[in-house]
Design a protein around this ligand. Sequence first.
Ligand SMILES: [Zn+2]
Length: 190
Amino acid sequence: MSEFMRGTRLHRRVYPLGHLALGYLLVVALARVRDWKPRFPHGLTLLILAVGTQLPDLIDKPLAYAGVLPNGRSLAHSLLIVVPVVFLGVRYLTRRGYQYEARALAVAIGSHIVGDSYLLVLRQEWRELGFLLWPVVPGLQYPGDDIAPWIRILNAGFDSPHLQFQYLLFVGAAAIWLVSVYRRRRRPVT
Ligand SMILES: [Zn+2]
């Protein structure tokens, strides 16, 4: 695959900051619509959200790079695996009194899958969307799987509308988070 094709396809990826921002904004939006408390994730919930939004990539990308998985969107990106695992995890955590954390974790992982899928849906690239049903649908060979995950993140750059949109999303999420921190300091009970 040419460098141009490689670059073009890599720039369609959602990067860690984009996933984090999307997950945070989704939790805040759902909390408002469904009247969840707390309205704004903080403390342990925020930490869980941060890890949860990256979890599918933290599992699949290194394992694909090591040659254990067929590609960087397979095991932890497949709805056939993620849905039952998250369902059982949420039930387990909820029974132990961690319902806020369980909810944040489920939304965070769900937002990651949405973030990886929405462009493919908009562009009707159904073949690439097959990762949602791995291993029933065999994994594709992605152009970035032979590049170390940390190198891809460092080479993200700023030169595509999709990347710029992710940075914008992150700035928006960070602004909302800062306002929530300021409000919490003034009025600790949210
Ligand atoms: Zn991913």
